[in-house]
Design a protein around this ligand. Structure first.
Ligand code: FES
Length: 124
């Protein structure tokens, strides 16, 4: 089992929800799934899987799973991002932080891959 964690996600999620097969997500793209009351955008980028809120905080539209993914460099190495298809705000996929306004951050979820299925961890 591979467990991928985002620092902003709960470290010991109370609940895991299976959302899709890893093969259902084309490399470099995202899908959306409902987890509890939330729409979660799940991305497969560079061999990693990230889960952030599907809701664009600038427009309140549930569109981020359709955003364009990419990478950028920091002093700590390469990181991955998604651009909203609407106003093109860009968010770090691991932390959820908006790259043009760091006071805005998407919620993030813990992700694990088990036997080819993608699971999303949530606190409740
Ligand atoms: S929940 Fe229907 S497209 Fe995302």
């Amino acid at each position: 089992m591979t467990q991928l964690r985002s620092p902003a996600a709960p470290h010991h999620p109370a609940h895991w929800t299976v959302v899709c097969r890893l093969d259902d997500i084309l490399p470099g793209s995202g899908v959306c799934a409902r987890v509890g009351q939330d729409q979660v955008a799940i991305f497969r980028v560079a061999g990693q899987v990230f889960a952030v809120s599907n809701r664009d905080p600038f427009t309140q539209a549930n569109v981020l799973s359709r955003g364009l993914t990419g990478s950028y460099r920091t002093q700590d190495g390469e990181r991955y991002k998604v651009a909203s298809p609407l106003l093109k705000h860009t968010f770090d996929l691991q932390s959820g932080v908006c790259l043009s306004d760091n006071s805005v951050r998407l919620s993030t979820w813990a992700v694990k891959i088990d036997e080819g299925h993608v699971w999303i961890g949530s606190a409740d």
